[in-house]
Design a binder for this molecule. Structure first.
Ligand code: 5GP
Ligand code: ZN
Length: 116
């Protein structure tokens, strides 16, 4: 089986630079390299899980962890009052481009609906 290096795993393990804004033994959060808003943070499980479709039994707690960290970071970024958006793209039609589960925390400007 070929082992493709995963860019988010490399960031999590400090092998590739990123602006890491939060890290614990389960979750890492870092600023998106191409931000779409003043706050654009990616929140990922440290464990490599390709997408929401690939969650294994027991991984559900990680999803809880991602949302807890998102809320904490929204407070830190001072966007709780104005509001923010959490996005979890899954698969090709969902717009997922990196195959390591991640939650986008986007805020600091007015969002539109429906998304593109
Ligand atoms: P997706 O499209 O999979 O939901 O989101 C992937 C996100 O990862 C994109 O917003 C993209 O800008 C970001 N991204 C891709 N490569 C890198 C990288 O090397 N460093 C950082 N910080 N963000 C990245
Ligand atoms: Zn990975």
């Amino acid at each position: 089986m070929s082992k493709q290096p995963c860019i988010f795993c490399q960031i999590i393990h400090n092998e590739v630079n990123a602006i890491i804004v939060y890290q614990d033994d389960r979750v890492t959060a870092f600023r998106d390299i191409h931000p779409v808003s003043p706050t654009h943070i990616l929140i990922t499980p440290n464990k490599h899980i390709e997408s929401l479709n690939m969650l294994a039994a027991g991984d559900e707690v990680l999803i809880q962890n991602l949302f807890s960290v998102a809320r904490e970071l929204a407070l830190q970024e001072k966007i709780v009052g104005s509001g923010f958006r959490l996005v979890l793209n899954t698969g090709p039609d969902g717009g997922q481009s990196v195959a390591h589960l991640h939650l986008h925390l986007i805020g600091g400007r007015r969002m539109h609906w429906p998304p593109g």
